[in-house]
Design a protein around this ligand. Structure first.
Ligand SMILES: Cc1ncc(COP(=O)(O)O)c(C=O)c1O
Length: 386
């Protein structure tokens, strides 16, 4: 298999664990095993007594029961528990797609949604974001125009990485009707679901509202437990679950038992965890509002209504790589440049972590000391040399 290097994951591999401050995380604040177990009486003893044998390929029946509680029309047998969200994306593509198939991908995107189909030899058509008065949007008429009789899958991601865009219920309904009328599978990456900033923005999972819908969920983002590496694929189409499960026997075979156990504890207490993480998001967002108001001449941003990430536009200059390089070099602040998504002139920020305010303070120092607007041109300069 020939596949493009995963730009975002390469970038994180180099910087995530060494940067002093991070302003671009897409996951919510994690917790310790001890804190997680304290959410459920007797779970500590049960965890200590766990048997470390192989687990069931499909995921333990108890965990699948807990996951199915997130959905309306998904039963435990409709679920395949996997390693993170990355594995079900990869396996779904390899199980369902063939060279020559046409797929549509909402772009910019988390790269595997585009690069895995490309590596299989699919013809990938991009449904590009538009920015109307700063707010990201996706034109459904354009989606319609991209559909041909060869279109097999529409890949979506809502809430969307990196723009923070989230479909409304009406938009979701229209997209499902279009896909249904052409018998197209909708594969929706929903890793940021359940982190709507107000319940009015919540929409059903695509797997719940569409018989040909496939939803991917994970413990990593809204629940803030990426170290568990537990994710899943949900679909009412049993043939899809079965095909993907067969391929999983060539990758991870089954999941880590301790991780499945801990994911179960988290999901049985998911409202507590989501409330905690939403409180962090809601405390952090006003800090960005104040920051972007203060630096209005340099940046514009769209405040999302769901998820822990947003995309920021550079108003002067488009060299997001240089901006990220300098912010890291001068003040130890990690940003995620838009070029990583082949989308120049933007950078991604996160607001699900408790240390985000510290990182933002440092970015403010960097902006104040090292960025200057000269005759409408964005330049970076080192204050000590001026
Ligand atoms: C949209 C999206 N999908 C999938 C993933 C992969 O998730 P995981 O790390 O849990 O495998 C990410 C991670 O950043 C993501 O943002």
């Amino acid at each position: 298999m020939k596949i493009e290097p995963f730009k975002l994951e390469r970038y994180y591999t180099f910087h995530e664990h060494s940067a002093q401050y991070s302003l671009c995380n897409s996951d919510c604040e994690a917790m310790t095993i001890g804190d997680l177990l304290s959410l459920e009486e007797s779970s500590k003893e049960a965890f200590d007594n766990m048997w470390l044998g192989y687990t069931e390929t499909q995921g333990s029946p108890e965990l699948r029961q807990n996951i199915s509680a997130i959905y309306k029309n998904i039963q435990p047998e409709n679920l395949l528990v996997c390693t993170g969200a990355q594995e079900p994306i990869f396996l779904f593509c390899h199980a369902i797609l063939m060279a020559g198939d046409e797929v549509i991908v909402q772009t910019p995107c988390y790269q595997s949604l585009q690069s895995v189909p490309e590596s299989i030899g699919c013809n990938v058509l991009k449904w590009n974001v538009q920015h109307e008065e700063g707010a990201p949007s996706f034109d459904i008429d354009i989606l319609k125009s991209l559909i041909t009789n060869k279109t097999k899958v529409i890949f979506l991601n809502t809430p969307h990485n990196p723009t923070g865009f989230h479909f409304t219920k009406e938009q979701q309904k229209t997209i499902v009707e279009i896909a249904r009328s052409h018998n197209i599978i909708i594969f929706c990456d929903e890793v940021y679901r359940e982190l709507e900033h107000n319940p009015i923005f919540a929409i059903p999972a695509f797997a719940d509202v569409y018989e040909n819908g496939v939803s991917v969920g994970v413990m990593s983002k809204a629940y803030g437990l990426p170290g568990l590496r537990i994710g899943w694929l949900a679909t009412q189409r049993q043939s899809i679950t079965d095909k993907v499960a067969m391929l999983k026997e060539y990758t991870t075979i089954c999941n880590s038992g301790p991780s499945e156990f801990l994911a179960g504890v988290a999901l049985r207490n998911r409202n507590k965890i989501l409330d905690r993480n939403l409180a962090i998001v809601k405390a952090n967002l006003p800090l960005y509002e104040a920051f972007f108001k203060k630096h209005d001449e340099l940046f514009s941003w769209y405040k999302p209504n769901a998820g822990p990430i947003a995309f920021v536009k550079m108003k002067q200059g488009r060299d997001d790589m240089q901006l990220a390089e300098q912010a890291l070099k001068q003040n130890g602040v990690l940003l995620l440049p838009g070029s990583i998504y082949d989308y120049e002139g933007y950078f991604r920020i996160g607001f699900g972590r408790v240390k985000m305010p510290e990182a933002l303070e440092q970015f403010d120092v960097f902006v104040t000391n090292h960025m200057l607007s000269l005759k409408g041109q964005f330049v970076l300069f080192n204050k000590s040399t001026t």
